[in-house]
Design a protein around this ligand. Structure first.
Ligand SMILES: C[S@@+](CC[C@H](N)C(=O)[O-])C[C@H]1O[C@@H](n2cnc3c(N)ncnc32)[C@H](O)[C@@H]1O
Length: 316
């Protein structure tokens, strides 16, 4: 089974459940209903496919301002405003938790009548499996007194780092990032062919540093060491050892560098989690992890969450 399929299966599980529920509720006047999906990114595509294949519903409205310029079957939010139909149901197919409120507000303010349904359950502390895995791991490491600092490489605004800082309240937390997105010339210059999908998607999804928000508040800021700039250059002076590292840098070379740098510094039983292993928008990550594991005889397992985070455990 390839990674794309695996990843889709998890998304499909989510989508299927919410769709089945929504369609079930609307069963009585199903014939009248006109369905829509917004926006039309990777998940929007999957959502349309499930609607058609599993429920026999051809969405009447596919809404996406970017793609409406290129594809006449896709309409813009502005066009949607002209639809006056109280039986319209629009699914929001996005998991961008950083801009989800904007996405939701955009669609809600353009749907005159009708219903908007959050297709992707919002990822939060209670339903994010990776955060839950982190919490359990932190409890375990605390109970066995495992030494070592913690680090995240690829921090963005600190959405995951917040939880690292919360669940490891007394560990020193190193945060490595350009903190200006992928516009750093060295990061850009390092992209390989596999990262091109990501680069295109990055533009599409608006990974522009202008859109970067402020760092989120950290519960234990006194333990945080910010390493701003190009990784691994910013790690040269770091002599510490680590019990937990989260790599979330989306592209091949950054992930290779992260694995090389941290692996030798991990304490025994220490864990590295690598985000996006099963995210086919970031194939460079999988390539980096596979090569590293093969070259170093390291086993890998995965978290059952939608991006299929890879987990490596250090054993001497
Ligand atoms: C997906 S974001 C991180 C998301 C974050 N973990 C969260 O919880 O929201 C990826 C980040 O990796 C950073 N990045 C990628 N390669 C890098 C490198 N070589 N040096 C510094 N930062 C890098 C980018 O600047 C970007 O902010």
């Amino acid at each position: 089974m390839n990674a794309k399929f695996e990843n889709e299966k998890v998304l499909m599980g989510h989508f299927f459940q919410v769709m089945a529920e929504t369609i079930g509720l609307k069963q009585e006047n199903r014939k009248k209903i006109e369905w829509g999906v917004f926006p039309y990114g990777y998940q929007g595509e999957i959502a349309c496919r499930i609607l058609q294949q599993r429920f026999g519903i051809v969405p009447r409205y596919i809404i996406d301002n970017k793609w409406s310029k290129f594809n006449p079957d896709i309409i813009s939010l502005e066009t949607l405003t002209k639809v006056d139909n109280e039986n319209m149901v629009i699914f929001i197919a996005s998991d961008r938790k950083d801009i989800y409120d904007e996405i939701r507000n955009a669609i809600r303010s353009h749907v005159v009548k009708g219903t908007v349904v959050d297709l992707f359950p919002m990822v939060n502390e209670d339903n994010d499996r990776k955060v839950e895995a982190l919490r359990l791991l932190a409890n375990h490491f605390t109970s066995i007194g495992l030494q070592g600092s913690i680090a995240e490489a690829g921090v963005r605004e600190g959405a995951f780092a917040q939880y690292m800082n919360k669940y490891f309240p007394s560990k020193k937390l190193y945060l490595f990032d350009t903190f200006e997105g992928f516009h750093n010339e060295q990061v850009k210059g390092n992209m390989i062919e596999e990262d091109k999908i990501f680069a295109v998607n990055m533009e599409y999804r608006g990974y522009h540093h202008e859109l970067l928000g402020e760092m989120l508040p950290m519960p234990n800021p006194e333990n945080i060491v910010i390493k701003k700039g190009f990784f691994p250059d910013t790690a040269r002076d770091v002599e510490d050892t680590f019990c937990y590292v989260h790599l979330d840098m989306d592209i091949y070379q950054s992930t290779v560098d992260g694995l090389r740098f941290f692996w030798t510094k991990m304490v025994e039983q220490g864990v590295i989690m690598i985000d996006d292993y099963h995210n086919d928008h970031c194939p460079g990550v999988k390539k980096a992890v596979d090569e590293f594991c093969a070259a170093n005889g390291v086993g890998v397992c995965f978290l059952p969450e939608y991006r299929g985070t890879a987990v490596l455990i250090k054993n001497r």
